[in-house]
Design a protein around this ligand. Structure first.
Ligand code: OFO
Length: 171
């Protein structure tokens, strides 16, 4: 049986993961409009991953005999100016998600819920990886500049990202 406070924060996290998916889908549409198919692909793949993150928590809550209470998904930010600004927004967003995940870890410790504390470890590592990937793109754009040829090559690189189902251990 899932502790009610833990159940609440996990339900909130489901919402945040699906909000993330919405945010990335909007970014993907923005890049598609610009003709940057690689950037569009990268953010669309990320949206798929976010939906999966939400589903893993959804399944976990049910596995622990908890109640699912879905909340309204907020309208995502769509004020996009250029690829660098979008990736800076992504980094900011992912840092916020990292804090949310840390709150889940802290609460499960406070409530002595070892299973959730163990469950959320995968998300902690995932956040480290996500922030690093985003930072890598930001550094490349900043270092090489926004010269069209460079952007073209980066776009080609980002086009190679493929959606792979998560490596969550107990999925
Ligand atoms: Fe779910 O990892 Fe990003 O937000």
């Amino acid at each position: 049986m899932l502790n009610k406070n833990v159940e609440g924060i996990l339900n909130a996290q489901i919402n945040k993961e699906f909000y993330s998916a919405y945010l990335y889908l909007g970014m993907s549409a923005y890049f598609e409009q610009l003709g940057l198919k690689g950037f569009s692909n990268w953010t669309k793949v990320q949206a798929q991953e976010e939906m999966e993150h939400g589903m893993i928590i959804f399944n976990y809550v049910q596995e622990r005999d908890g109640d699912i209470e879905l909340q309204e998904i907020e309208k995502p930010d769509n004020d996009f100016q250029n690829p660098l600004q979008v990736f800076e927004k992504i980094l900011e967003h992912e840092k916020e998600v990292t804090s949310n995940i840390e709150r889940v870890a802290n609460l499960s410790e406070d409530e002595c819920d070892r299973a959730t504390r163990h469950f959320i470890n995968w998300y902690i590592s995932e956040q480290v990886e996500e922030e690093a990937q985003v930072l890598d793109v930001i550094k490349k754009i900043k270092f090489f500049g926004t010269d069209c040829t460079i952007l073209y090559h980066l776009d080609k690189e980002l086009e190679e990202r493929e959606y792979k189902s998560s490596n969550y251990p107990n999925k």
